[in-house]
Design a protein around this ligand. Structure first.
Ligand SMILES: [Mg+2]
Length: 416
């Protein structure tokens, strides 16, 4: 495997993207501690993101509101603005792309690029150029951190590490020294489970990880990802594994008026329709639907139902109704729900699925898929919810499925 002699990959991460985008849009929020909440009004249980001014008080992303208020009594709570974030994402990516071609958009506020030979000689200058461009075209309210390193994993670590002015260049010769003050838990790809296994194997520092035998890491991980980690951390040119889609889901923290079983059922119909629509767009079908309900009954109720591999709204909503029938049987009436999750799991490419002949539903399926395709076409042309299957109650001014996500960039079609 090749070991680059220069930094070749750039990783860029916008700082406090959600809060700073709202600050850019609403001048009265600028320079103030801001916490982004899921929806307007009471009933929010946590903030989902916060501004750097709030972080200075010790506030963190995804923190319960009582703790946030204790740390920072003057915090301004501001509801998420999904459509604004989507537009800001597109705009910022376009600005960066005027300076350097983007290879992969990693999330709504992260991207990476393989840089040119010229830039490899002086990556810091490229970083400064990008920052100059953003300052000139966007202004001082949205800033970014940039990391350069021999491969993507190291570039991401360098980026998160910050360095001077958030423009951090890790030359291959000095990678081991740079890694010295990084903690194992801060390495992307090392979750709590892996961390436990590493500790058990007496690997407690990045230095131990870097100097371990690749085979040993393979054992600890239980698969080839361990070996890949060794090569990445040692500065080899290792490409990211293609990730395959595993599920489509939508979750929703429920506004107070939607916390009864019956009202929540309507919300989940919308969530399921949205998830199915995204899944169809990517040409997948699902054969398992999950419904999860969290509430004041001291736990999390979750049930799954198998289906033949399907992608049409009617099939998904039918299955959802079966799950709701169980929920109504198993949960006490009158309980208060706080969150609903709908997940389409066990995916196969629609083109490759084997229709379930035992279920003898091929004709029905074909008919329902034809109807769904027609609905999609109408909705695409005339607005997202012109035609839907069954009743549809969408709380005004509240966009249900398009909650903000750190890993998925909402598309225009999702903002309804
Ligand atoms: Mg960020």
């Amino acid at each position: 495997m090749r070991k680059p002699q220069n930094p070749e990959v750039m990783y860029l991460d916008f700082n406090g993207f959600f809060a700073s985008t709202s600050q850019l849009q609403h001048p009265h929020l600028r320079g103030k501690p801001v916490g982004i909440i899921p929806h307007e009004g009471n009933g929010n249980t946590c903030i989902i993101a916060c501004s750097k001014e709030a972080k200075a008080f010790g506030v963190q992303n995804v923190m319960p509101l009582p703790i946030v208020r204790r740390l920072c009594p003057d915090i301004i709570l501001w509801p998420q603005e999904v459509d604004l974030y989507r537009r800001a994402h597109n705009y910022l990516m376009a600005e960066v792309e005027t300076v350097v071609p983007i290879d992969a958009v990693k999330s709504i506020d992260e991207l990476c690029s393989v840089i040119s030979d010229t830039d490899r000689a002086n990556p810091a200058a490229l970083g400064r150029e990008i920052k100059r461009r953003l300052l000139k075209e966007v202004g001082p309210w949205i800033t970014c951190s940039i990391g350069f390193a021999p491969n993507r994993l190291l570039a991401k670590i360098a980026c998160k590490d910050g360095g001077r002015d958030g423009n951090n260049v890790w030359h291959p010769d000095h990678v081991p020294e740079f890694l010295n003050h990084i903690l194992l838990k801060d390495i992307p790809g090392i979750g709590p489970g892996t961390l436990q296994r590493l500790y058990k194997a007496k690997i407690g520092t990045v230095e131990c990880l870097r100097t371990a035998a690749p085979k040993h890491l393979r054992q600890i991980w239980g698969n080839v990802a361990g070996e890949r980690m060794w090569y990445a951390i040692n500065g080899y040119d290792i490409k990211a594994q293609p990730t395959s889609r595993s599920r489509y889901g939508h979750s929703r923290v429920l506004p107070p008026v939607f916390r009864s079983l019956e009202a929540c059922r309507h919300i989940t119909r919308i969530l399921a329709t949205k998830a199915a629509r995204r899944m169809r767009r990517d040409k997948w079908s699902s054969s398992k639907l999950y419904l999860g309900l969290a509430g004041y009954f001291g736990g999390y109720w979750v049930r799954a139902h198998h289906m033949p591999a399907i992608c049409d709204d009617m099939g998904v909503l039918d299955t959802l109704e079966r799950l709701w029938a169980r929920a109504m049987r198993e949960l006490p009436p009158g309980i208060v729900l706080l969150r609903a999750d709908v997940v389409l799991d066990e995916l196969t490419l629609t083109a490759q699925r084997q229709l379930d002949f035992l279920a003898d539903d091929e004709l029905t399926r074909q008919r329902q898929e034809a109807i769904t395709a027609a609905l999609d076409a109408l909705n695409k042309r005339y607005g997202s919810t012109v035609v839907t299957v069954g009743p549809w109650s969408n709380p005004a001014a509240d966009r249900l499925g398009a909650k903000i996500s750190f890993t998925r960039i909402p598309r225009r079609e999702d903002a309804w």
